[in-house]
Ligand binder design. Structure first.
Ligand SMILES: O=C(O)CCC(=O)C(=O)O
Length: 200
């Protein structure tokens, strides 16, 4: 395991052993059954290429009227609980005295990406966002707190965990592309990114 710091993003390369990664995939299966993936509409029109769902008290949602957290899956069913194995990663790395209220689940299939954005729909930015990568490699682009600032990119591999806290909490970031089928963790390929957030 190696720890890097890139513009305030703490990157724990290889934080999760292959065995822990496989265990996480197993505990995430019932989450997906209770809260199936959906493709959020974006306010400007169209749909995100990433499919999403969530666990915890809140899930992030977007449609024509904007971005927000909602307290139930779009089907109306409550979000499932955040698995203990996922909470354990937050407890080890977040340095936070509060538990996360949302585990956002992003699935990147072939060709999916996420544009440069800030995570700012939460009420208190003193809590970090902890991001867990599973499956195919993803190219994370990191900028500063204004969109104009220069960006740098780093490949995230399965088992890497990133902590976005302090100055980096409001930094622009996005995923430009994935290397589809670069990992064998997920039987159908693709990349899962979990982000743990304190929302209220
Ligand atoms: O997939 C990633 O590594 C980043 C996800 C992300 O930027 C987000 O959920 O806000």
């Amino acid at each position: 395991m190696t720890r890097l710091n890139l513009r305030g993003f703490e990157i724990h390369k290889g934080f999760l052993s292959p065995e822990r990664q496989r265990a996480l995939v197993q505990v995430l299966r019932p989450v997906l059954q209770a809260a199936p993936l959906f493709s959020p509409d974006v306010p400007g029109g169209g749909q995100m290429s990433v499919r999403m769902t969530a666990a915890g008290g809140y899930g992030w949602f977007s449609d024509k009227s904007g971005y927000r957290y909602i307290d139930a899956h779009p089907s109306g069913r409550a979000w499932p609980a955040i698995p203990a194995e996922v909470l354990g990663i937050w407890e080890t790395l977040s340095g936070s005295d509060r538990a996360p209220e949302c585990c956002l689940f992003n699935y990147y299939g072939e060709g999916a990406k996420m544009g440069l954005h800030q995570d700012k729909d939460e009420a208190d930015f003193s809590y970090p966002v902890v991001s867990i990568s599973l499956g195919d490699d993803g190219l994370l682009r990191i900028g500063g707190t204004s969109r104009r600032e220069k960006t740098e990119s780093i490949w995230l591999n399965s088992g890497d965990v990133v902590v976005m806290g302090g100055e980096a909490r409001l930094a622009y970031h996005g995923v430009d592309r994935i290397r589809f089928k670069s990992s064998r963790l997920l039987p159908k390929g693709g990349r899962v990114n979990l982000t743990l957030r304190v929302v209220t």
